[in-house]
Design a protein around this ligand. Structure first.
Ligand code: ADP
Length: 308
């Protein structure tokens, strides 16, 4: 009998323990849920920069919530500072871009008019130099404005599935006269095959990058051809721009992608050394990359690899 009572008591104590444990788990669960809700609320407010630490009653918050509140307040302040800095940079870039347009256009116009006038040879040479240098300045300002906008996140790339043929055809048509002027053949290889190929990229910016590469290929090739071709792989697409030009030595393969780098052999051609840097920034921003293979005196192939 005594044994039975003892057994019942043990059962009772056991049941009480289980109930107590369940209660503790339940209370803990509610507390965690409440904390999570508070944190979620804080994050939502931090996300749209409405977060104010004083909105939350510290006495009701756990130590974690308080620490988190401090962190979010600091983040909100620095997010506001970053946004303000970004706005200042954008204003500065727009000002430079707008305010230099008219004087540069005027310089180009007047130096063109000068070249048309009846001038002694040396003066005509000076007028031509003014025109060329102004063109260079215009290109440099345009490129630097684009770069700053990209690097500061003022312009964001929006990659989406893009058929490659229209883009490459338009680059081909746009640069063919320039190639022809130098007696070069610019060809888009196997257009029918390219017609079925798409890549995930931002059409406008990718066109800018590829255009820079084709333009370079024409600039650094004295005779022969420049060929654009496309190869599709399972996960990515490769656009090759191959030329039969001066080539690039192996030790310069990395250097040429730096800002303002120009190799010795290229100094007799007009340029500012920013085209490749910009092209790489664009393609990297789309999740792709650019590589180069070249042999001095034989030619160069730039390959743009884009996600498929
Ligand atoms: P830029 O052509 O204005 O000098 P880029 O940034 O476009 O500037 O190119 C950087 C350098 O890379 C060039 O100065 C040249 O030395 C080299 N380069 C680029 N493309 C070619 C090419 N297709 N063939 C030979 N050299 C090239």
């Amino acid at each position: 009998m005594n044994l039975k009572i003892d057994n019942n008591m043990i059962w009772l104590i056991g049941a009480a323990c289980i109930l107590a444990a369940a209660l503790v788990i339940f209370l803990n669960y509610r507390r965690t849920k409440k904390t999570m809700n508070t944190i979620e609320q804080m994050l939502a407010r931090a996300d749209d920069v409405r977060f104010l630490e004083k909105t939350f009653d510290e006495s009701r918050m756990s130590a974690l919530e308080t620490k988190f509140a401090h962190f979010l307040t600091a983040s909100a302040v620095s997010a506001k500072n970053v946004a303000a800095e970004k706005a200042k940079i954008e204003t500065l870039i727009s000002d430079i871009s707008h305010q230099t347009k008219t004087p540069i256009a005027n310089l180009l116009l007047y130096s063109e008019l000068l070249q048309e006038a009846d001038l002694p040879d040396d003066v005509r040479g000076n007028a031509e130099a003014i025109y060329t240098q102004t063109e260079k300045l215009r290109f440099l300002i345009d490129s630097l404005v684009k770069l700053s906008r990209l690097e500061n996140g003022i312009i964001t790339l929006s990659p989406k599935r893009t058929p490659l043929l229209p883009m490459l055809q338009s680059i081909h048509d746009q640069l063919s006269p320039k190639a022809a002027e130098k007696g070069l053949i610019l060809q888009l290889r196997d257009a029918e095959h390219i017609a079925g190929i798409s890549a995930v990229c931002d059409a406008k910016w990718t066109a800018e990058a590829v255009c820079n590469l084709v333009d370079n290929a024409i600039k650094y090739t004295a005779q022969g051809s420049v060929t654009i071709s496309v190869t599709a792989y399972e996960l990515f697409v490769r656009i090759d721009i191959a030329d039969t030009g001066i080539g690039i030595s192996e030790e310069e393969h990395v250097k040429i992608f730096s800002r303002f780098y120009r190799s010795q052999g290229a100094r007799d051609k007009e340029g500012v050394g920013i085209g490749l840097y910009l092209a790489r920034e664009i393609v990297n921003g789309e999740g792709g990359y650019i590589k180069v293979s070249s042999e001095v005196g034989k030619g160069t192939v730039f390959s743009v690899l884009l996600p498929k």
